[in-house]
Ligand binder design. Structure first.
Ligand SMILES: NC(=O)c1ccc[n+]([C@@H]2O[C@H](COP(=O)([O-])OP(=O)(O)OC[C@H]3O[C@@H](n4cnc5c(N)ncnc54)[C@H](O)[C@@H]3O)[C@@H](O)[C@H]2O)c1
Length: 281
C-alpha cells in the first residue's frame, strides 16, 4: 500500500459545525492532510476564525454561514461550494448536540428543535450534497458524527440519543443506496471529547469519575475523532462503508456491570484487572 493513500490532497471537504469543537478539529486536521475546507456553521464569527486557521495551514478555506436545519440554506451552501471549488469530495455531518433534560420535562417545541438539528440537518445535508459529489469523476465520502449515546440509553438526552441511533441506521441504508454512485457513508461514535463545552469536566472530581468509567482513563481529544475522520475520508478506507467507528476510550466495549461476589461493579473499576488509569498517549 502506498502511504500517500492517507492523504486528502486537494479534496474538497464540507464540515457542518466546523467553527468549534470536534468539527473545527476535523477541519484543521483535514487541512493538514491536504484538503480544502468549507466550514458550514451557524455562527459566522466562529466559522470565519476556523477558516482563517485553515488558510494559515496553506489550504483554501471558505466559511459559509449555514443553519443545517434549513434545506434552503444547505442548498445555497453546497451551490456556493461548487462555484468556488468545482465539487465536493467529503461531507462531515458534524453539527449537532443537546442540553440535558428529562424527557417528561421537555415540551414538544424542545424535542422538535432537537430532531431538526440532530436528524433533519443530517438529511438536508446528505440529500443536497450527493449531486455535487457525483459530478465528474469524484468518489465521495460522507462521515456522520454520531455518539456513544446512539447505542445505549441516554438519560437526560433521550431525543438526542434517539436521533443519533437514527443517524447510525441511516448511515447503513445510505451506504447501500449510494454505493452505486461511488459514495461511501460511515459514522463515528465518540464518547466524552474535550471541547469548550466539556470544560466543566476539568475538576479533580470529574476527572476521577472519568478515570473510573473510561477504560483508557481520560476524555478523548478532538484529534482522536479527527484521526478516524481522516481514515474514513481517505483511500485507506476505500472498501469500508456502512459502519460506525467508536472513538470512546473503550466505554462501548466496557459499558456494563460485572458481578463480583454478592455485588455488582462497573468494569474496569475495582476488578483488579486495571488498577489505575494508564496514560495511553
Ligand atoms: N463533545 C462531545 O463530547 C461529543 C460526544 C459525542 C458526540 N458528539 C457530537 O459531535 C458533534 C460536535 O459536537 P461538539 O461538542 O464539538 O459541538 P460544539 O457545540 O462544540 O460545536 C458545534 C458547532 O456547531 C455549530 N452549530 C450549532 N447548531 C448548528 C446548526 N443548526 N447549523 C450549523 N452549525 C451549527 C455551532 O455554532 C458550533 O460551532 C455533535 O454532533 C455532537 O453530538 C460530541
Amino acid at each position: 500500500m502506498d502511504p500517500s493513500s492517507v492523504l486528502l490532497t486537494d479534496k474538497v471537504a464540507i464540515i457542518t459545525g466546523g467553527g468549534d469543537g470536534i468539527g473545527k478539529g476535523i477541519a484543521l486536521t483535514y487541512a493538514r492532510f491536504g484538503a480544502h475546507v468549507v466550514i458550514a456553521d451557524l455562527n459566522p464569527a466562529a466559522g470565519e476564525a476556523a477558516a482563517a486557521q485553515v488558510r494559515q495551514l496553506g489550504r483554501k478555506a471558505l466559511s459559509i454561514a449555514t443553519d443545517i436545519r434549513s434545506l434552503d440554506q444547505v442548498k445555497a451552501m453546497v451551490e456556493r461550494t461548487v462555484e468556488e471549488f468545482g465539487g465536493v469530495d467529503i461531507l462531515v455531518n458534524n453539527a449537532g448536540g443537546a442540553r440535558p433534560k428529562e424527557f417528561m420535562s421537555m415540551d414538544p417545541e424542545r424535542w422538535r428543535r432537537s430532531v431538526e438539528l440532530n436528524l433533519m440537518g443530517l438529511l438536508n445535508c446528505t440529500h443536497t450534497v450527493v449531486g455535487a459529489m457525483t459530478a465528474g469523476a469524484r468518489r465521495g465520502a460522507i462521515i456522520n458524527i454520531s455518539s456513544i449515546e446512539a447505542s445505549r440509553a441516554g438519560p437526560l438526552y433521550s431525543v438526542y440519543s434517539a436521533c443519533k441511533a437514527a443517524m447510525e441506521n441511516f448511515t447503513k441504508t445510505a451506504a447501500l443506496e449510494l454505493s452505486r454512485r461511488g459514495i461511501r457513508v460511515n459514522s463515528i461514535a465518540p464518547d466524552m471529547i474535550d471541547t469548550p463545552h466539556t470544560a466543566e469536566l476539568h475538576t479533580p472530581q470529574a476527572e476521577a469519575a472519568i478515570a473510573r468509567v473510561v477504560p483508557l482513563g481520560q476524555m478523548g481529544r478532538v484529534e482522536d475523532v479527527a484521526g478516524a475522520a481522516v481514515y474514513l475520508a481517505s483511500d485507506l478506507s476505500a472498501w469500508v462503508t456502512g459502519i460506525t467507528i467508536h472513538v470512546d476510550g473503550g466505554t462501548f466495549a466496557g459499558a456494563g456491570w460485572i458481578k463480583q461476589g454478592e455485588s455488582w461493579t462497573l468494569f474496569p473499576d475495582s476488578t483488579g484487572v486495571v488498577d489505575s488509569p494508564r496514560e495511553t498517549r
